[in-house]
Design a protein around this ligand. Structure first.
Ligand code: SAM
Ligand code: SF4
Length: 312
């Protein structure tokens, strides 16, 4: 279905939990988040029902996110249920990778097609400091497990942060020489816990790595490749190259609220709706998508939620 700006909306980002086994400084408060009542979070059946209704409204690709989707009880049932829906061509997941050694194989069997693994630094001390709870070796073991389980087209998400990982840009780009990975540098967005002062434009990557040659873009990502490299380098630039004109997505939070735009406070409650009522609410959410966000003018996202509640 097209929104009011004639954008075809085919992509749903579905958050399955706001809980996480890490506490990345730009995403979650140090103390974590209060565990919601079981009844405040969509059940496995409700999540599948929302995805089914979204598919009836033209969604063909679903990305499961969080919080950390792999800590959600019933995650394999959610994947299986959504992958089996008529109209859903692809189910993907964004994860910190920590639990992939146990779950990569079962995820593939449950129908997950591709993974994005978040990894903002290749240095163990920095990883521990940024995530407050994590060990780099566990995230790297997760990436290896994804490959061993047969996942292809895996992407590594790197949020660019001045004074934290900008001296690792070349190291991340070098990974694409040896491995068939897409390293995606993401501009830090000024929302929730994020320190807007650490923002770096995506173009920094191009200035640091002049050998990169243009490759075909994919969705909202501009892409490059090292000559002879096995992988790709992508830039996701919501701040400097605002890509709202190509936005093809809606988001649903784990408590069942549709967000027409990541950066607006508007939310449409979907819980307790069934059948045609649910489809109508989703169509209303698609129609309510604003033409663009206003972070550049306003210096801050308008959403009051932290990223762990929305899913990126
Ligand atoms: N826990 C999973 C993970 O980390 O991949 C999925 C959820 S996480 C909220 C999804 C993505 O959002 C991650 O790649 C994370 O780095 C990114 N993210 C979180 N806060 C951000 C911010 N303020 N600006 C840009 N990206 C952000
Ligand atoms: Fe957890 Fe992902 Fe947020 Fe890090 S970015 S705290 S891994 S939800």
């Amino acid at each position: 279905m097209k929104d009011n700006c004639q954008r075809e909306i085919t992509y749903l980002r579905l958050s399955v939990t706001d809980l996480c086994n890490l506490r990345c400084r730009y995403c979650m408060p140090a103390e974590g988040v209060a565990k919601k009542l079981h009844s405040d979070i969509c059940s496995v059946e409700e999540l599948v029902e929302i995805a089914a209704a979204a598919a009836d409204c033209g969604i063909t690709r679903v990305r499961l996110t969080g919080g950390e989707p792999l800590v959600r009880r019933g995650i394999l049932d959610i994947c299986r249920g959504i992958a089996a829906l008529p109209g859903v061509r692809e189910v993907d997941m964004t994860t910190n990778g920590i639990l992939l050694p146990e779950l990569a194989g079962p995820l593939r069997e449950a129908g997950v097609e591709r993974l994005n693994v978040s990894l903002d630094t290749l240095r163990p001390d920095r990883y521990a400091r940024l995530t407050r709870l994590g060990r780099l070796e566990d995230a790297l073991a997760g990436l290896r497990a994804a490959e061993e389980a047969g996942f292809t087209g895996t992407k590594v998400n790197v949020v660019l942060m001045a004074g934290f990982n900008d001296d690792e840009i070349e190291d991340f780009v070098a990974l694409t020489e040896r491995y068939p990975l897409e390293v995606r540098f993401i501009e830090l967005m000024p929302m929730g816990q994020a320190d807007a002062g650490a923002y770096l434009p995506g173009d920094t990557v191009l200035a640091r790595c002049p050998a990169l040659a243009p490759a075909e873009p994919s969705g909202v990502a501009r892409r490059w490749r090292l000559p002879g490299g096995r992988g790709l380098v992508g830039l996701i630039e919501p701040m400097s190259h605002r890509f709202c004109g190509g936005c093809d997505r809606i988001r649903v939070t784990a408590d069942g609220r549709l967000k027409p735009c990541l950066h607006s406070n508007q939310e449409i409650p979907l819980r307790d709706l069934r059948g045609e009522e649910l489809r109508q609410a989703i169509r209303a959410g698609i129609a309510a998508k604003p033409a663009r966000h206003r972070m550049a003018e306003e210096g801050r996202s308008r959403t009051e939620r932290n990223m762990n509640e929305i899913g990126g």
